[in-house]
Design a protein around this ligand. Structure first.
Ligand code: AMP
Ligand code: ZN
Length: 483
């Protein structure tokens, strides 16, 4: 089912047509939030480990989450989203030691760079970005571990570290669909990342050792630091509550990270932690996952330095379905550049036609909102972009034949603005040149004097300079016509 685009967004919570693939059940499920009012969606997304610049594979995950958030908002939901920053773990400690600097000094530039990259890629910032080392979160991690020890789900071993006893949680392995009969637990694992084959009790609290330098916190088990998995459980429940609607990450997070999060959290709260688990497939290079450890990665900065723009990278990473692996190539980036040019030219043509329209009128070419209907279907972005480019083709053809009125052109631009709140693919904002600013001032003065003829002449003059004026309730808005 799809919604007529002129009818606005449906009421939140009444969106039985939205379906997402749940990693936990391996099936497509209708989406309904926990909120009894059907309005707020609690979303937790695992953020970067700040030991280096994030690579564009990481950003594929964050862009999939951005698409998810923006589409839910398009459908009228309010998304309460948390993204953590992992600023203490095996990798950050190793990096700080190698550089001979304090942990916080080591991670700070990577945190700053991460926010710059989010901005360049037009990713909507989460409502909160907690860092694992903030005292309130460390206190909560210790509190959760105490609770797990008291209930027999965790124990302190001879090495002084505290481990989660996976045998105490019968559904351990449910997310990764592990067969515990075949995979015999093999002792304890203290590292933050490991393969399924080395299944075992995992570290909740790591006793301080010489390699940790001065990175340590006091705890009931002696000085040490939290394991990576408990960090996310504590920050998610601390900021969003015991139950979440959606938890996301890349597929490599499924095991052990998210499996461990479920075990720890549910043993503390006695409730189902997450209703919907969503994971994106990897960004690949020549058939291999893009990863720092393989050395086959590009950061956003690498690509900007080569002359590509944030919006082109956004387009490439967003335009493939999140559950399909995506191969990164420079041909793909060139394809993004021409697709964006096509969109820019279409908007420019519409803007020129709409310049004389006093109002907006729906176009019969968008009798239904195929774009949003495609995203309702497990974020089917390929179908959504397909519908958009069909619209571009059809309206270009209709404009060639003089079949689109200025009012309909304005209606089409309004529709584009709505779907662009999800896509965010508009041209880069350009600085307003002085002569254009002067023309705008003159036009505002003409409008104030109710000299409509002069105001219209000045609007046409601005259009000749490549700028579209739109009079809205909030005031006059000026936008570039093209790219
Ligand atoms: P990390 O900084 O390694 O903890 O990763 C941050 C996020 O990026 C996690 O959600 C990972 O699953 C995701 N990620 C890492 N590499 C890739 C990749 N090549 N493609 C897509 N997502 C990735
Ligand atoms: Zn996490």
């Amino acid at each position: 089912m799809s919604m007529p685009c002129s009818g606005g967004v449906p009421a939140a919570g009444r969106s039985p047509m939205i379906r997402f693939q749940n990693t936990l059940t391996r099936s497509l499920e209708p989406f309904t939030p926990l909120d009894p009012n059907g309005k707020t969606v609690k979303l937790y997304t695992c953020g970067p480990t700040v030991y280096n610049h994030a690579h564009i594979g990481n950003f594929r995950a964050y862009l999939f989450e951005d698409l998810l958030q923006r589409h839910l908002e398009y459908r009228g939901f309010v998304v309460d989203r948390v993204m953590n920053l992992t600023d203490v773990d095996d990798k950050t400690i190793r990096g700080a030691r190698e550089k001979g600097v304090a942990l916080a000094d080591f991670t700070k530039p990577y945190k700053d760079a991460f926010f710059e990259d989010l901005h360049a890629l037009r990713i909507k910032p989460a409502g909160r970005f907690p860092s694992a080392t903030e005292p309130e979160h460390i206190a909560r991690m210790i509190g959760m571990i105490e609770q797990l020890v008291a209930a027999g789900h965790a124990y302190q071993a001879e090495d002084k570290s505290v481990y989660f006893r996976i045998g105490s949680f019968p559904s351990y392995g449910q997310l990764a669909h592990l067969n515990l009969e075949e995979l015999r637990p093999s002792g304890r694992i203290s590292s933050d990342e490991y393969e399924k084959e080395s299944l075992g009790d995992f570290a909740l609290w790591k006793a301080h050792d010489a390699d940790d330098g001065d990175v340590k916190w006091e705890s009931p088990w002696g000085p040490g630091r939290p394991g990576w998995h408990i960090e996310c459980s504590a920050m998610a429940t601390g900021l969003l509550g015991d139950r979440l609607d959606i938890h996301c990450g890349g597929v490599d997070n499924i095991f052990p990270h998210h499996e461990a999060e479920i075990a720890q959290t549910e043993c503390c709260t006695g409730q189902k932690f997450v209703n919907l688990w969503m994971h994106c497939a990897h960004l690949m290079v020549d058939g291999r996952k893009m990863a720092k450890s393989f050395g086959n990665f590009y950061t956003l900065r690498d690509l900007l330095d080569k002359g590509w723009t944030g919006r082109e990278v956004r387009y490439v990473l967003l335009s493939a379905h999140y559950r399909l692996p995506l191969n990164f190539t420079f041909e793909g980036l060139a394809g993004a550049r021409s697709a964006l040019q096509r969109l820019d030219e279409w908007q420019q043509r519409l803007a020129e036609l709409a310049a004389t329209a006093q109002r907006s009128e729906p176009s019969p070419l968008v009798a239904e909102d195929k774009f949003a209907a495609a995203l309702d279907d497990d974020l089917n972005i390929s179908a959504a972009l397909g519908a958009l480019f069909d619209l571009v083709r059809d309206t270009n053809r209709a404009m060639d034949q003089g079949q689109i009125s200025p009012e309909q052109a304005r209606g089409l631009l309004d529709y584009w603005e709505r779907i662009n709140s999800v896509l965010r693919l508009e041209p880069e904002a350009a600085a307003v040149p002085a002569e254009v600013a002067a023309l705008l001032d003159e036009r505002n003065a003409a409008r104030a004097a109710k000299d409509w003829a002069k105001s219209d002449t000045l609007r046409d003059e601005l259009l000749k300079h490549g700028w579209v004026v739109k009079d809205t309730k909030e005031g006059t808005k000026l936008t570039r016509t093209g790219g």
